[in-house]
Write a protein that binds this ligand. Structure first.
Ligand code: HEM
Length: 133
């Protein structure tokens, strides 16, 4: 990869981000096994994630789905694992995009992660955020 960073959010730069992020996810000791166990065929997942980020960043409306239901069913997902996901996503966005744009990706990801965490792990009778066991 060269030092030049994307200065625009386009279908092309989103594709680079998604490809690079999931390459790093698969190589990650914590996230890799969880994703590889859940995803048999990566091509459709990568296509869904391109649509997702296009909807988030370009309001293209391309993504239609129910991420909450999907994440509830992911074996091995945990509240803490989201920290790892966000760190890796932030590193990837920072490596590919100019800082101001990387920050937009990071803050969108952080907000979506928080709402997914609440939807998947919140229990009315338990403290929030969950305390480590
Ligand atoms: C620890 C954190 C996370 C883990 C382990 C995880 C894992 C997964 C897995 C395994 C799938 C595929 C599910 C399937 O096809 O059955 C998936 C789908 C997806 N994930 Fe995550 N994820 C995490 C965090 C996030 C975050 C923070 C976002 C958004 C910023 C996100 C957005 C999505 C979306 C949009 C899909 C596609 C759902 C669909 O098929 O409609 N994920 N995730």
């Amino acid at each position: 990869m060269t030092d030049a960073k994307f200065s625009e959010v386009t279908d092309d730069s989103i594709r680079h981000l998604v490809d690079e992020f999931y390459t790093r996810v698969r190589a990650d000791a914590e996230l890799g096994p969880v994703f590889d166990n859940a995803i048999g065929d990566w091509d459709p997942h990568l296509a869904t994630m391109r649509d997702f980020w296009s909807s988030v960043m370009l309001t293209s409306g391309r993504y239609k789905g129910n991420p909450v239901m999907k994440h509830r069913r992911v074996e091995g997902i945990s509240y803490e694992l989201f920290e790892r996901w966000l760190a890796l996503f932030g590193d990837t966005a920072g490596a590919l995009f100019e800082p101001a744009l990387a920050d937009v990706f990071k803050s969108k990801a952080a907000r979506i992660a928080e709402s997914l965490r609440l939807a998947v792990f919140y229990r009315p009778d338990q403290p929030w955020p969950p305390t480590a066991a």
